[in-house]
Design a protein around this ligand. Structure first.
Ligand code: TRP
Length: 458
């Protein structure tokens, strides 16, 4: 995979690329963030809008991002500059890469804290703490963790260290092998949990909540969150996928590869919802309880299911691993850029950037305890960091990337890079990338800002 120097090796195969990109895409976004977002935004209509965003906006942008990455074959900032100049456009396009690095910073800062929660729950499950606990005590377990910021800081430090070590050494083949084995294991375990939710929880109500669309429950802010979730879960809009595209060999189909990743990622999110909401309804929990949702539902299942003592630790270990591979993808662009453009040592750069992100992460740790009362725009510091990165910077970055792929890059370049001829498949992508994706992002932005309703358009 990614080598320690700026010399770019190629992925050993298309499968390796798919695994790396899905390793980055599948993470806490699917299993932790998607369900709690769905719960906070009333269910079905949010899910439907999210799926629409994934395919109408996410897929064409992912294709654009991989395509630009393969054309430029450098870190996102240099790639945008070089391909931009090649197309006779402005070097200022490299600012998209800069914005992406900022977004990655912000996301990793809170991502690592949720990684820390995951480590704490791995510990609980190993100690057998869930066994036959009623929901009140499962709730207390979560509260107790949040009431102990020191513990969360220590675990946050461990998670960031694990990430920095891998990125600092240069992501190696060992990880690729691990992803190959552990991703299917995670999918298998999710399958088992799904069986539990079908037979032992309120599956019917879970399905109804997830798929019965009540559009009155979907606010403009909720639509923005659904779009933000589509970008977040696919790792789009910040140059991360561009960085992976840089390693993709010629002759690999970008469109088919992207489609596979998008479908797998979406299925994992939906299955997570199908696991969590039946437990929520069977236990009379609140679907809209926020970021703690995953941690207050699954332990109930592990505490009461046969083999729960074994499946619990396995699940949290695999979730931790999925979070870790995503965290590596979040840190890599900033480090690759510093190494390639300033010739600094990869190891020291990874450490310095890691420490900065770690420090920013303290704001998220304290958003759930010491600073819980600090509110900006009605949300905690964590809410604001997440909102700025996921709902503003990622869609904005994605908008610029698809405008670049669809408008700045000429037809010859994109057709040449995508290598699917200029038939219906190419024309569909180009139409989505030029018109549908950018205009949809713009409309959702305007709608969330209240501008469409102020103009009397909706
Ligand atoms: N997609 C990851 C998840 O769902 C999170 C993420 C967002 C990410 N942007 C990224 C991961 C960039 C790697 C690179 O958990």
């Amino acid at each position: 995979m990614v080598k320690g120097t700026s010399l770019r090796g190629f992925w050993s195969s298309r499968l390796a690329f798919v695994l790396a990109v899905s390793g980055s895409a599948v993470g806490l976004g699917n299993i932790w963030r998607f369900p709690f977002m769905v719960g906070e935004n009333g269910g079905g209509a949010f899910v439907l809008f999210y799926i629409l965003c994934v395919f109408a906006i996410g897929l064409p942008i992912m294709i654009s991002e991989v395509m630009i990455g393969r054309r430029g074959r450098r870190n996102p900032i240099a790639t945008m500059r070089i391909v931009g100049e090649e197309e006779g456009s402005h070097a200022a396009w490299s600012l998209v890469g800069v914005m992406g690095i900022v977004a990655g910073f912000l996301i990793l800062s809170f991502y690592s804290v949720i990684g820390a929660w995951t480590i704490a729950y791995l510990g609980h499950s190993l100690a057998g703490s869930f066994s036959h606990l009623p929901k009140e005590e499962i709730h207390d377990l979560f509260e107790a963790l949040q009431a102990n910021p020191l513990k969360v800081v220590v675990l946050h430090t461990i998670f960031m260290t694990l990430t920095v070590v891998i990125v600092g050494r240069g992501v190696e083949r060992g990880l690729e092998k691990l992803v190959r084995f552990l991703m299917p294991a995670l999918v298998f375990l999710l399958g088992l949990l799904l069986v539990y939710s079908i037979v032992a929880a309120d599956f019917a109500r879970g399905v109804e909540f997830l798929f019965r669309a009540n559009f009155d429950a979907l606010t403009p802010a909720g639509m923005l969150m659904a779009m933000g979730q589509a970008f977040f879960t696919l790792s789009l809009g910040m140059g991360a996928i561009m960085a992976y595209g840089a390693y993709l060999p010629e002759g690999t189909s970008i469109s088919r590869t992207s489609f596979a990743v998008v479908v797998v990622d979406t299925m994992i999110a939906i299955v997570s919802g199908l696991i969590i909401f039946p437990i929520v309804f069977a236990s009379g929990l609140d679907p809209a309880q926020g970021p703690g949702l995953l941690f207050e539902t699954l332990p109930l299942a592990f505490g009461s299911m046969p083999w729960g003592w074994l499946l619990g630790p396995l699940f949290f270990a695999l979730l931790l691993f999925a979070a870790w591979t995503s965290a590596i993808g979040l840190l890599e662009p900033a480090v690759a850029w510093s190494v390639e453009s300033h010739g600094l040592s990869r190891r020291s750069v990874a450490i310095v950037i890691g420490v900065l992100i770690w420090a920013l992460g303290l704001l998220t740790v304290f958003s759930f305890n010491l600073l819980a009362d600090v509110r900006i725009f009605g949300g905690t510091l964590f809410d604001n960091i997440d909102h700025l990165a996921s709902n503003v910077l990622l869609p904005l970055g994605g908008l610029l990337i698809t405008v670049f792929g669809g408008w700045v890059m000429c037809k010859n370049s994109s057709a040449d890079e995508l290598d699917i001829g200029t038939g219906p498949a190419y024309r569909t992508w180009r139409f989505l990338a030029r018109w549908v994706a950018p205009l949809s992002v713009l409309l959702v932005f305007l709608h969330a800002a209240g501008i469409l309703s102020a103009l009397g358009l909706v």
